[in-house]
Ligand binder design. Sequence first.
Ligand code: MTE
Length: 368
Amino acid sequence: MPGLRAPSDYSEEPSRHPALKINAKAPFNAEPPRQALVSSYVTPTEFFYKRSHGPIPVVDDIERYSVSIKGLIEKPKEFFMKDILSLPKYNVTATLQCAAIWGGAKLADVLELVGIPKYTNTTPAGGKFVEFVSVDRCKEENGGPYKASIPLSQATNPEADVLLAYEMNGETLNRDHGYPLRVVVPGVIGARSVKWLDSINIDSQDCKGFFVQKDYKMFPPTVNWDNIDWSTRRPQMDFPVQSAICSLEDVNVGRHGKITVKGYAVSGGGRGIERVDISTDGGKTWKEASRYQKPGIQYVADDEKSDKWAWVLFEADVDVQSNTEIVAKAVDIAANVQPEKVEDIWNLRGILNTSWHRVHVQVRHSSM
Ligand code: MTE
């Protein structure tokens, strides 16, 4: 495709921060050290997790880069970067595992330019889904590009804040995160936020690609690899309520027993965090943590000043007198609560393990 190219090997990968914890080198899959997540509400770009499925694409000529919008619409059209940049720019703080401020055009505005009005469920030609197609080469797609889709009703709803983003944290998107243009679907699992966008296809059905049909689906406990029928379950969209303690890696507590527990909590679909409970006795008794997005300002879920699509950071001072287990559990504004045990949400693919986060702490009894 003109302007944007997918290398066939890993010889043109960008450089990355050495502190990232690498889960796989090629394709690159890495996460930040947990502490980095609570040191600032917006995750610095170099620490933001990176999850790709093939070599990172290269822009050879940004002037020639374009995105075509086609399918079940009346006015197919090609958009160059200057066309996207000429649309109103929005900054949306959203968490895709880590939190960033994404800057870009609203997809709802772009779709209007191909004749699809805001708040559309179906185009006259029967289009109900918006498929995003990239250029990268993924083995799961037999060497073809990564793709995913969302409902047209979400794409054309300006309040859903779906972006074609060209900025991350105030800077031009970098290659790892989708330069020159990526989709950001707030409140939804990261797999739908397609990077290195090449084309948008309006279709009557959900995308038929691997990552929509055969990857992020949740199956009941009766399903195993011998009897699995992928078509029986819907693709995962909103992510469930979750939290993690980030301040207690390899912690040793001194004799005085005072520690501060810090972490993050987030829920999908724009549902705010109503409460984060902390236990110092493995879940028998609880204490409520304080929550914030902006340092020093108490977070209020659903308040117009809060960032609807972003996580909250939490903090609680607790006393720990002997070796124990610290637990965090979040509740969202729809009263969804994290499940206690992983057994309750066991599923074949091992996805969405949002059970209580537990961290063991050791109390040192050194004489002082
Ligand atoms: N888009 C493309 N083109 N290729 C990919 O491999 N990975 C997806 C999504 N978009 C992916 C993609 C997945 S699984 C996730 S979780 C997010 O991008 C990760 O985004 P990030 O690397 O910017 O953190």
